[in-house]
Design a protein around this ligand. Structure first.
Ligand SMILES: [Mn+2]
Length: 402
């Protein structure tokens, strides 16, 4: 029977610098800094454990185009583990690790096949005789806006056809619109599986044939929440199956705590501990935001202290639950329409917040500062929105509450 089994991973971002997290206690910062490495190790472990025929890595293996030597040596070692097990590896490079970057090249073992910058076909024949064609290309430079999908052409002669594509499903995200495509473009090719990369949120775009973004192998900040991993895929004549395999070492999370029935600090503290216990996972680290809603009274100094004592107890935990920040929402709301009717001032204020686009201009000096800029990641659209919303809440609190 014709059958193959493989692992599909993408967006490993090995050696991500984890900007903005340097203030953590040493042991915990080390865990997050090492996490993109450990996730790759976990992916390789899964490939060996499941005796796969090969591994597909769909781009952004490295975080930066200068590919740190440490990241490369590490990856080469992991791929050598696969070589020992006679598992081949098919790699395309994406916008983060494009071929135009300047890096010190570390040799990869012979079981590794890297796609060049034009769409090409690589052949694979499994031990059971099943023949596969894999189609893909690597980014020659950071920005590839071309519709590369048009260069994928099915060639006769294989049992299975697998497309590897690092690119953006149009309209799916605020990620860069690189090598854009629509689902129908992929279906037209009549391939058996599409191994996608680029979008860090795990997404199944189509079930049969599967068109899959596995998401990144390790979340790197609070917007990359939940378990991260890769897919174990099996293609048979009749059907394809694909199962998620977790690889993440650190899980980013958000816990909501309803404090409506709480009247003392001690009660709040105990409730936080209880909720933190609920999310703790053996041998994993959890980074979480605590969102406290319905607080009767808001005392920011007390909340700072709460954060400190909650962190204090986790410093030396192997399976830690680290509260990154506490956001507290008071029972406080305002009616925009009513207020705008009441006075033009409010109408204008809400309009200004809504159309405020000069945030980047306002923070430009910070981003130009030689000391500060190396710790700062660029703001995404949702960051800008969040800042505007917080600003409105702050203003309303000052204006309406005495
Ligand atoms: Mn990526």
């Amino acid at each position: 029977m014709k059958k193959i089994r493989f692992i599909h991973g993408a967006d490993l971002h090995i050696d991500s610098p984890m900007l903005g997290l340097q203030a953590l206690p040493d042991a915990i910062f080390k865990r997050i800094l090492e996490s993109t490495f450990r996730a790759v190790e976990n992916l390789v472990n899964a490939a060996i454990f499941h005796h796969v025929d090969f591994v597909v890595l769909a781009g952004d293996l490295f975080d930066l185009e200068d590919r740190s030597v440490r990241a490369q040596v590490f990856l080469a070692k992991q791929l050598e583990r696969l070589e020992k097990e006679k598992i081949d590896v098919f790699i395309v490079h994406g916008n983060h690790d494009h071929l135009g970057g300047k890096w010190t090249e570390i040799r990869l073992p012979a079981n590794v096949h890297v796609f060049k910058e034009e769409v090409e076909i690589k052949e694979f024949t499994a031990k059971n005789g099943t023949k596969v064609y894999l189609y893909g290309f690597s980014y020659p430079e950071r920005h590839v806006f071309e519709r590369k999908i048009h260069s994928y052409k099915r060639k006769a002669g294989a049992d299975f056809h697998i497309g590897i594509l690092h690119g953006n499903a149009e309209g799916s995200s605020d990620h860069g619109n690189y090598a854009p495509f629509q689902i129908k473009d992929l279906l037209e090719k009549e391939f058996h599986y599409w191994a996608l990369g680029h979008i860090h949120q795990r997404t199944v775009l189509h079930e049969n044939p599967p068109i899959v973004y596995p998401g990144n192998t390790q979340g790197r900040h609070r917007k990359e929440q939940g378990q991260k991993g890769c897919y174990l895929v099996e293609l048979k004549e009749a059907a394809a199956t694909f199962d998620f395999v977790e690889t993440s070492e650190i899980i980013w999370d958000e816990i909501t705590i309803d404090a409506a029935n709480i009247s003392t600090f001690d009660q709040l503290y105990r409730l936080c501990l209880e909720k933190m216990e609920e999310v703790r996972v053996e041998e994993r680290g959890i980074f979480t935001t605590l969102k406290i809603i319905g607080l009767q009274r808001f005392d920011s100094a007390l909340l700072d202290e709460l954060l400190e004592i909650l962190q204090e107890e986790e410093k030396d935990e192997q399976s830690f639950v680290w509260v990154v920040r506490i956001i507290a929402e008071e029972k406080f709301s305002w009616n925009q329409t009513e207020l705008a009717k009441e006075s033009d001032f409010y109408g204008e204020l809400f309009q200004t917040v809504k159309s405020f686009t000069e945030i980047e201009e306002a923070i430009a000096p910070l981003y130009k500062h030689p000391g500060a800029r190396k710790y700062l990641a660029p703001l995404s659209e949702s960051d800008v929105q969040e800042i505007a919303t917080d600003a409105e809440a702050l203003l309303m609190k000052k204006l309406l509450k005495q």
